[in-house]
Ligand binder design. Structure first.
Ligand code: HEM
Ligand SMILES: *[C@@H]1O[C@H](CO)[C@@H](O)[C@H](O)[C@H]1NC(C)=O
Ligand SMILES: *[C@@H]1O[C@H](CO)[C@@H](O)[C@H](O)[C@H]1NC(C)=O
Length: 323
């Protein structure tokens, strides 16, 4: 018999087997429900609104026909939402004196820069028709980010869901969003404050593989005499494709933003971020895998869950006026 080859006593063998079985059951349960560290779950809408992803995908598909930049604009909204008050949809709120809301849309990092809000409205309208009062605006941003990357040729991942919408904004924190003129140390600190490490910083900046920047924010600073808001491609090789060409461009020293370039310049970069840039330049597969993991980490930043917050009917307004 096979058991005779083991020197363990029957009791020890039995407890070993039990432990192994328990570990298997537990890890399987965690995977089956896609439970993430933040109490979110990728199956959150499976019963209450199974068409959620399809509805969002259809609206984004339609929007990008007219505007190829939309996928890039949408993922940036998720980033600017999560870094301020956590991923709670606070970025989407408009000014409203009666609810004491001061919008985050007008801080320097967002004013005349963050865009795609009309597409979010279209998504919300379609979802309120399909399953009224079920899908939060914060989850719309998280799913829209993943779908946008997938549509542009990038990786796909299972998005943890179940965030609820906040009822406040945070101007002070929004004023402190990462700036294209921040040093590497400051960028690292701002990411570390969100629980994101150097690999996350390098992977997430890889989102600059698509989308546009105003020349006033670029290293060349409109030196051709263009108006400050003139748009340039963030990725000068494949401007609308989600791939790892961004990292090649960094290695050539041709990044548009100084905040991209600092990951390759100076002694701190050499010891921290530069080796990761080289790794992702060498392997798109490695980049995609890390990008998906970092997006899930970013999406886990202090979500509201359970009975906290609300499910907004309109992403621009809280449901109830305070007075
Ligand atoms: C390290 C910190 C970061 C800085 C300093 C930064 C800065 C910027 C700036 C200055 C622009 C151009 C805005 C304009 O000209 O109006 C931009 C665009 C963009 N950013 Fe970032 N970014 C950072 C991280 C990220 C992250 C983490 C993501 C997403 C995961 C992201 C995604 C994008 C995208 C897709 C665009 C193009 C948006 C569009 O075309 O509408 N960025 N970023
Ligand atoms: C937003 O940008 C516009 C145009 O540059 C400017 O007129 C306006 O004052 C800015 N708003 C804030 C709150 O800075
Ligand atoms: C870009 O150029 C304008 C006009 O010359 C100047 O006012 C501004 O400070 C420059 N910005 C940067 C970041 O160098």
């Amino acid at each position: 018999m096979a058991a005779s080859s083991s020197s363990l006593s029957p009791a020890a063998r039995c407890s070993l087997l039990l432990t192994a079985a328990l570990v298997l059951v537990l890890s399987h349960a965690a995977h089956a429900h896609g439970v993430s560290g933040a109490g979110l779950s990728s199956s959150f809408y499976d019963n209450s609104c199974p068409s959620t992803r399809d509805v969002i995908r259809r609206v984004i598909q339609n929007a990008r026909v007219a505007d190829a930049r939309i996928p890039a604009s949408l993922i940036r909204l998720h980033f600017h939402d999560c870094f301020v008050n956590g991923c709670d949809g606070s970025l989407l709120l408009d000014d409203d004196v009666f609810s004491r809301i001061r919008t985050e849309k007008k801080v320097p990092g967002n004013n005349r820069s963050a865009r795609g809000f009309n597409v979010v409205d279209d998504i919300k309208r379609a979802l309120e028709k399909a399953c009224p009062g079920i899908v939060s605006c914060a989850d719309i941003l998280a799913l829209a980010a993943e779908i946008s990357v997938e549509l542009a040729g990038g990786p796909s991942w299972s998005v943890p869901l179940g965030r609820r919408d906040g009822t406040k904004t945070n101007i002070e924190s929004a004023n402190d969003l990462p700036s294209p003129f921040d040093s590497l140390e400051i960028l690292q600190e701002k990411f570390r404050n969100m629980g994101l490490d150097n690999t996350d910083l390098v992977a997430l900046q890889g989102a600059h593989t698509f989308g546009r920047a105003q020349c006033q924010f670029t290293q060349r600073n409109c030196t051709g005499g263009q108006a400050r808001g003139t748009l340039v491609n963030l990725d000068v090789v494949t401007p609308d494709v989600f791939d790892n060409k961004y990292y090649d461009i960094l290695l050539w020293g041709r990044a548009q933003l100084q905040s991209d370039h600092v990951m390759m310049s100076g002694p701190i970069a050499a010891a921290t971020t530069a080796p990761i840039v080289r790794r992702f330049s060498g392997s798109q597969k490695d980049f995609f895998k890390n990008f998906a993991a970092s997006m899930i980490k970013m999406g886990n930043i202090s979500p509201l869950t359970g009975r906290d917050g609300e499910i907004r009917k309109n992403c621009r307004r809280v449901n109830k006026k305070l007075y």
